[in-house]
Design a protein. Sequence first.
Length: 364
Amino acid sequence: MAYPNFRALAAANTLGIDYDIKNRYGTRVYLLHAAIHGGGIEAPTSQLAAYAAGDEGAWYSFEARSDLTAPSLALPSTGFDEPFCVVNTGNSSRTVVWHGVDDQRESEQVAYISGLDSVLISLIVQELEAAGFQTDRAPISFAGDDVQNICNRNKARAGVQLDLSLSLRKSFYAGGDLSSSAVSQPDNRQPAFFAFGDAVRRACALMPVDSITDDVASVAVQPYTPVDQAVSTAMRVPFAIDHSGGVAATTDAREQLLDRVHALVGTLPGERVMRATYGVPTSTALFAVNADVANDQLQRAVLDAVAEFEPSAVVSAIVADVNEALGAVNINVQVGRADVPGAERDNTRTVGVLVGGTVVSTPQ
């Protein structure tokens, strides 16, 4: 069966059993290599994305763990909404998303290239062809030119999609074996695997990191213009009394967004009668197996909640501090406005939660 979105997929499958998510953020201005149909879905895109990213580069992979159920876990590129990928892509300045595709012409080893980042596309084509690989423009049936395609949802609103034919991918592994067990063994990789990955690496390296910011600014993206220019006033969260004895409020859109995220993270699902699913189940982390598991659970929960209830926010970091002795969780959320790409990334809110769900006011 095909799932309409990640929430439906996650409800019907189990993380760590049916699928895995691997995610590594970059720092400052960065290029992301991603495989949204990794594992058994379109092998070996996870391995190629990881190799191209290197030991320290930004990398993301959504992987099916079973070859049998893999096809059902392939969410469409234009609707891919797994929260970690959405955040990582949104924070990246350039994005290369790796895919596999059936041979369009019998047994022809071709890399189809598409997307809206014309500069990086031309460099990748140049380096792949110099390394002896055949490239072609992707046909419209699977081209990554839609603005909603995950590869184009970065800061520049322009990315690259690589679709590798089945014959090409088979040439990367001994005996052409693309089963999960074979692909998971690095020793099975053939010289073509490294030659292809190195060519893409060289192309990305030709775009210096410190020039990406300038290049992003030159991309023809319409600047954000607020629909309503009127200044709105909102009550501060947590509730407070100002110096005049009145209710503390702010007209700063940035502060209002941070306050809303604070309220979201500090609310347990079910506390708002009219919005039963609103909030983050923070107190459950106190009963996790260990601190690492608790941190993972909270990151996932916060990203899911922000993506659903505060789509105008972009989360760039989440740090959870679980104090089992005190029975408390402190969650530090670093957030920026999606309508101001690259700006205000160092704004944070910290929410403290005690056992039972009691929210503790913390310094701003």
